[in-house]
Design a protein around this ligand. Structure first.
Ligand code: NAD
Length: 491
C-alpha cells in the first residue's frame, strides 16, 4: 500500500526511511522527476531517509485530483467528517511512539518533548475539530438574509520543519472539517512525518483526492502551489521572507492567503513577580525545542531593581539545561536542525558578544563529545540594547536576550519594540495588573504567569508575524466562504 522502502541497519540500528512515491488521488504515485531529497539526522549529520523532489507536473496532478474530489468532499455529511477526524486522532494514539521517534530523528527535538508537543498536540487538535463540528452553526439569519458558510475549495499547505506535524495538522484538520480538499508540501528538512500522516489518512479511509502530498522545494513545488490558478487558498507557515514571496506569487490569482510567520516575542517580568517561578518558566518558554520555536519568548524584559537577583537564577537554569542526544529521555536541548541553522545561531551569538552584550551563560564554543552534530550551547545575554541584532532579529536557536526597565511604561515600549507580534508573556503576583499589561501588548497570544497553550484558542500574529489565525473556531473559519442570500421582505 505504501512506498516505504526500508534498508535495515543504518544509522545506529535505525532503519533508513526511503519514500520514493508521492500521495496523489488516494494512491502512492511515482513523481514525474527522478531526484530524491535526502533527510539528515542533525545529531550526527547521517542520512536517515529520502523523499521525492517533486516537480511542477506533480503539483498539477495533485491539484487536479483535489479539484475533482472537492465536488464530492464539500458535500460530505458533517457526521462523516467527524468520523474521519476522530479516527485520525485515534490513529495518532496508535502510532505515537513511531511518530515521535521519526520527528526526533529528523528535527532533533528531545524525545520526551516530541511525544507531547510533536504528536500529543496534533492528536488533540484533530479531536478538537471533531468536537467543534458537533455544534457548529453553518447557517444564520441577519434580517432578510440567510447567511451560509461553505468550504473555500482546494487548499495548498506549505509548512516548516520546526513543529512539522503540529503545523500540518493545524491546517489539515480544519480543512477536512470544513469540507475542503488539499495539497501539502512539507519542509525539505523534516518531510518524513508527512509521509506517515498520508499512510494514516489512507488507512482510515479518507476519500481519494481529499489529501494529496507533494514533497519538494519551496522554489519549485511551493512556488507552483502558491501561484496555481486551481488553488483557492494557500495556508503558509514559515519565515517572514518566504511568506512575502508566497503572497506575491499568489496575488495574480487573488486566492486567500493566510500566513503564520516568524517571531521575536517579549516576556515581561513586572516588579512584584515571583522570580523563582517566573525564571523557571521563562527559560522553558525560550529554550523548548532547542529554541527553534516561532512563539519562543526570546526577549526577557526585567525590572532594573531586581536584575541582581535575576542574573544568578537565569545563569543556573541555562547552564543546567542539559544538551545531548535527543533520543535520551533526560536531554532538554537537542541539536539545531541543520548545519546552516547551527552556523546562523553561532553568528548571532558572536554578534551579541561583538555588539557588547554581557554573556552570562553558554556562548559560541563547541560542546565536548557533541562535535559531530549541530549542537549549540544554551546561551543567555544581559545588558542587551534595542539596537543589537540579538534583540531585533529572530535567531531560532537557544539564545535568550535580557534587558532592563525602570518604569512599566518603558517595559511596554520595549515589549512592543519589534517588527513581529506572535507571542508574549507577563508575570505579576497581581493577575489583573498582568492582564491590563497584556492588553497593551501588540501581539497575537500572551501567557500570563505561565498560562499554558490552549489548542482551541486562536494562534497567529500581529505585524510581520502573519495574517489570519490557526486553531479553534478562528482557524476553522479561515477555510470557509460566507454567502448572503437575500430573501424578499414580507410585508
Ligand atoms: P522557511 O520559510 O524557510 O520554509 C517554510 C516552508 O516554505 C518550507 O516548506 C519551504 O520549502 C517553503 N518555501 C520557501 N520558499 C518558498 C517560496 N518562495 N515559495 C513557496 N514556498 C517556499 O521556514 P523554515 O526555516 O522551514 O521555518 C522556520 C521559520 O518558520 C521561522 O521563521 C519560524 O518563526 C517560522 N514559523 C512560524 C510559525 C507560526 O505559527 N507563526 C510556526 C513555525 C515556524
Amino acid at each position: 500500500m505504501n512506498s516505504m522502502n526500508v534498508i535495515r541497519g543504518r544509522p545506529r540500528g535505525h532503519a533508513m526511511i526511503n519514500r520514493d512515491k508521492l500521495y496523489i488521488d488516494g494512491s502512492w504515485t511515482r513523481s514525474t522527476g527522478t531526484d530524491q531529497i535526502m533527510v539528515e539526522d542533525p545529531k550526527n549529520g547521517q542520512i536517515i531517509g529520502s523523499v521525492p523532489d517533486g516537480t511542477l507536473a506533480d503539483v498539477d496532478a495533485a491539484v487536479s485530483a483535489a479539484r475533482k474530489s472537492f465536488s464530492i468532499w464539500s458535500e460530505s455529511s458533517v457526521e462523516h467528517r467527524i468520523e474521519v477526524l476522530t479516527n485520525l486522532s485515534e490513529s495518532f494514539k496508535a502510532r505515537s511512539d513511531t511518530l515521535a521517534e521519526v520527528i526526533t530523528m529528523e528535527v532533533g527535538t528531545p524525545i520526551e518533548y516530541s511525544k507531547i508537543a510533536m504528536v500529543g498536540t496534533p492528536r488533540v487538535v484533530a479531536k478538537s475539530y471533531a468536537k467543534l463540528l458537533d455544534s457548529y452553526q453553518w447557517e444564520s439569519q441577519i434580517r432578510n438574509s440567510l447567511i451560509v458558510k461553505e468550504p473555500i475549495g482546494v487548499c495548498g499547505f506549505i509548512t516548516p520543519w520546526n513543529f512539522p506535524l503540529h503545523q500540518i495538522i493545524g491546517k489539515v484538520a480544519p480543512a477536512i472539517a470544513a469540507g475542503c480538499t488539499m495539497i501539502l508540501k512539507p519542509s525539505r528538512e523534516a518531510p518524513l512525518n508527512a509521509f506517515l500522516l498520508a499512510d494514516m489518512l489512507h488507512e482510515i479511509g479518507l476519500p481519494n483526492g481529499v489529501f494529496n502530498l507533494v514533497s519538494g522545494r519551496g522554489s519549485s513545488v511551493g512556488s507552483r502551489l502558491s501561484s496555481h490558478p486551481g488553488v483557492d487558498m494557500i495556508s503558509f507557515t514559515g519565515s517572514t521572507n518566504a511568506g512575502v514571496k508566497v503572497t506575491e506569487q499568489a496575488a495574480e490569482s487573488v486566492k486567500r492567503v493566510t500566513l503564520e510567520l516568524g517571531g521575536k516575542s517579549a516576556n515581561v517580568i513586572l516588579e512584584d513577580a515571583d522570580l523563582s517561578k517566573a525564571i523557571k518558566s521563562s527559560i522553558s518558554a525560550c529554550f523548548a525545542n532547542s529554541g527553534q520555536t516561532c512563539s519562543a519568548l526570546t526577549r526577557l524584559i526585567v525590572p532594573e531593581s531586581r536584575i541582581s537577583e535575576i542574573i544568578p537564577l537565569v545563569k543556573e537554569r541555562v547552564e543546567g539545561y542539559k544538551v545531548g542526544d535527543p533520543m535520551n529521555p533526560s536531554t532538554k536541548c537537542g541539536p539545531m536542525v541543520s548545519s546552516e541553522q547551527k552556523e546562523s545561531v553561532l553568528e548571532y551569538i558572536n554578534s551579541g558578544i561583538e555588539e557588547g552584550a554581557e554573556l552570562i551563560a553558554g556562548g559560541p564554543d563547541p560542546i565536548e563529545g557533541l562535535e559531530d552534530g549541530y549542537f549549540v550551547r544554551p546561551t543567555a545575554f544581559s545588558g542587551v540594547l534595542p539596537s543589537m541584532r540579538i534583540w531585533k532579529e529572530e535567531i531560532f536557536g537557544p539564545v535568550l536576550s535580557i534587558t532592563t526597565y525602570t518604569s512599566e511604561e518603558e517595559a511596554l515600549l520595549l515589549a512592543n519594540d519589534s517588527d513581529y507580534g506572535l507571542s508574549g508573556g507577563v508575570w505579576s503576583e497581581d493577575i489583573d495588573r498582568a492582564i491590563t499589561f497584556a492588553r497593551k501588548m501588540k501581539t497575537g497570544q500572551i501567557s500570563v504567569n505561565g498560562g499554558p497553550f490552549n489548542v482551541s484558542a486562536p494562534f497567529g500574529g500581529y505585524k510581520k508575524s502573519g495574517n489570519g489565525r490557526e486553531l479553534g473556531i478562528h482557524g476553522f473559519e479561515e477555510f470557509l466562504e460566507v454567502k448572503s442570500i437575500q430573501k424578499p421582505i414580507e410585508r
